[in-house]
Ligand binder design. Structure first.
Ligand code: CAA
Length: 386
């Protein structure tokens, strides 16, 4: 592994997340993958280890704010299990809109419980007809006096049903398109707010992916995040901030796969010698490691840029998510190749890692959307120089 010159604090966070993940998630990951059981046991252990508020300032109950520490923890957890990794990361995704756009009162009300891990958060943007086209959402929030009345259905919401706090994007004025969206904080248990079935997924199977259903769900105007009409900006700036976390999840999954491939290659003998001594295998391992380090470097550089207070990081954030998730897909497929027939069997974890890796190319914006974002940001950057 390259030396990323981590500070003592960063090393402590990384080592702690690694230890807790290995103790609590490793023995259960295959079972959770099989049954789809939500990993509360692991989540409670992360909370007890004070790992849930790394990206949150102390004023709001956290131990940060540090996107880098959050990425290090997400990586180590995902190295063990991508499903637990996204459960951990998606709570931050639900909380970041409150941190970025919440009033002091909203932050003080909601953040301490999320930062302590006693409550999970979730982010509700996607709908059946609005995936990549995020401005196409149809859920409405119609103002009636001091309240908004929500109607509609959100789809594929990570932590849906398990989270207590939801950041929801809904249309307050459908005629205005992206500028007619608004963001709200919603609490589980609000009348008119229910959940659809838990999805049966290819990978990250222990994570909860549910529909959020709003039927004349009344919420007070004090639950609005930012101003009316700012919902799309809330969503986009949130994703800019959290996409490196998906990059970190991908790096973790890929590292887990490389660990397995290396271990197997040293143990497995063919032609009278460990396959790790065969150049054809060595080249696969060398490529896996090189792609992994390039992905990790991009994720860490982006996290450090955000922590240093840079305002413009859409480009870096999309590049980190894009490159790390594509690398994770390739690395996990290669790990199966190194393990050969055994890699294809459920007795070994690499087939799960490949299934878990696939979604990182899709969620928090498909990699095609990331390429669009990168190209647009590049052109904008170039135009501003002329
Ligand atoms: N920061 C600030 N403002 C931004 C912005 C950004 N990064 N990106 C766009 N905006 C602003 C634009 O400037 C524009 O403002 P004006 O109207 O004032 O000009 C407005 O937002 C609309 O922007 P666009 O015209 O670019 O919008 P668009 O409709 O063409 O869509 C898109 C752009 C980038 C494709 C967007 O729809 C998108 O990001 N799609 C992907 C959605 C996504 O990532 N979903 C993930 C769901 S969460 C998830 O998956 C989590 C999970 O389960 C773990």
């Amino acid at each position: 592994m390259l030396n990323y010159l981590l500070t003592e604090e960063q090393q402590m966070v990384r080592d702690l997340a690694r230890k807790v993940a290995r103790e609590k998630a490793l023995p259960k990951r295959a079972e959770w993958d099989e049954t789809g059981e939500f990993p509360w046991e692991a989540m409670r252990a992360f909370a007890a280890a004070d790992l849930c508020g790394l990206y949150v300032a102390e004023a709001y109950g956290g131990t940060g704010p540090s996107v880098m520490n959050f990425c290090l923890a997400t990586e180590e957890i995902s190295r063990v299990c991508g499903g637990v990794g996204v459960t951990f990361a998606a709570s931050a995704l639900g909380a970041v809109p409150i941190l970025l756009f919440g009033t002091e009162e909203q932050k003080k009300k909601y953040m301490p419980a999320i930062a302590s891990g006693s409550k999970l958060a979730a982010f509700g943007l996607t709908e059946a007809n609005a995936g990549s086209d995020a401005a196409g959402i149809e859920t409405t929030a119609i103002k009636e006096g001091d309240d908004y009345i929500l109607n509609g259905t959100k789809q594929w919401i990570t932590n849906g049903g398990e989270a207590e706090v939801y950041s929801i994007i809904a249309m307050t004025n459908r005629k205005k398109g992206a500028r007619g969206a608004s963001a709200f904080i919603l609490e589980k248990g609000t009348p008119g707010f229910g959940f659809g079935k838990k999805e049966n997924k290819m990978g990250i199977r222990c994570s909860a992916t549910r529909e959020l259903v709003f039927q004349d769900c009344k919420i007070h105007k004090s639950q609005l995040l930012g101003k009316e009409g700012m919902g799309f900006i809330v969503a986009m700036q949130t994703l800019d901030m959290t996409r490196p976390g998906i990059g970190a999840q991908a790096v973790g999954i890929a590292q887990g796969a490389l660990d397995e491939a290396l271990h197997y290659a040293r143990e497995r003998k063919q032609f009278g010698k460990p396959i790790a001594s065969i150049q054809a295998v060595q080249h696969i391992l060398a490529d896996m490691s090189t792609q992994l380090e390039a992905a990790r470097a991009l994720v860490y550089a982006t996290a450090r840029m955000i922590d240093a207070g840079h305002k413009e990081f859409t480009l870096a954030s999309s590049q980190a998510k894009l490159f790390a998730s594509d690398a994770a897909m390739k690395i996990t497929v290669d790990a199966i190749q190194v393990l050969g027939g055994y890699g294809y069997m459920k007795e070994y974890p690499v087939e799960k890692m490949m299934r878990d890796a696939k979604i990182t190319q899709i969620y928090e914006g498909t990699n095609q959307i990331q390429r669009n974002q990168i190209a647009l940001a590049l052109i904008k950057e170039n135009a501003s120089k002329k």
